[in-house]
Design a protein around this ligand. Sequence first.
Ligand SMILES: [Zn+2]
Length: 334
Amino acid sequence: MWQVVGHEWAVRLLEKSLAQGRLSHAYLFTGPPRIGKTTLTLNLAQALNCTGEGEPCGECLSCHKISQAIHPDVRMVDLVYQKGLLEEREGSTALGIDAIRSIQSDAALMPFEGRWKVFIIPQAENMTPGAANSLLKTLEEPPPHVVLLLTALHTDLLFPTIVSRCQVFNLRPPSIDLIREALERRWGLERERAHLIAALSAGRMGWAVEAAQNEALLKERNERLDELLSLPSARRLERLSFAQRWGSQPEQAKEILTLWLGWWRDLLLAKEGCWDKVENIDRQNTLVEEAQKHVLGEIRGFISSIRKALQQLESNVNLRLALEVLMLDLPGKR
Ligand SMILES: [Zn+2]
């Protein structure tokens, strides 16, 4: 059984290819962070090497080994776990040519116990140009027993020559209802809690599962939201100290800005009375109060400021400066 939540069309297509034995040597799954791209690649790796009934069965030895990341023929090139193979690039971590070369020497060998050798490269946009060029050689002439599974935020972030060698699946976030239902059924959450986490996830299934299992995540969200609410009335100096604090932590800054984007979108929805699309469903009263403090133009303006800061974060500009500009754009008492 496929474990991924949503993306039924992609699963159906993959099942059909598997049943007909018409597989590509490379697949690329694109879409926003944490919507289930890597889960889908792991499920596909299981389906490719499953020895049970109804691929992927999730129960045979092969499926178990893959879910525990100990299958000798399925390798995930993970930025976190393969530190030795990474290159430092402008202060951020990139997937270097050594990581790809290591895949290539492994790919030349026959599968050890499975049918296919599967290499998973999550966040392929983090490859250095050298690594991407090197990977291209494998994509042009893949060994017959090899399947490469790539994920990326967007095809635009990869070399077009790489994209054209892959079968591309553009994935969209699963619906809030699907996430809520999965949290209730598979993770055993009560309805109300499942509803809140699903709404807050904004389609990020990975975040939803983490929040379901780890109380600290919702607590952290509450603290960050409270801080956000205090900032409009804060002095200029406090706002700038906020920029200073997060200016050297891109990952956290991205999370905070995403949370803010959700909040300010909710203000817009609250102002227009569209409550069914609101993410922060546990703070409806505050949303009503806050929405009254701003005119529509202010809310829209700040939403585009947050979007701009997020884009700048992706393109590695000076994060602290971007946050400072955002702090000065924040509507409120000056
Ligand atoms: Zn299996």
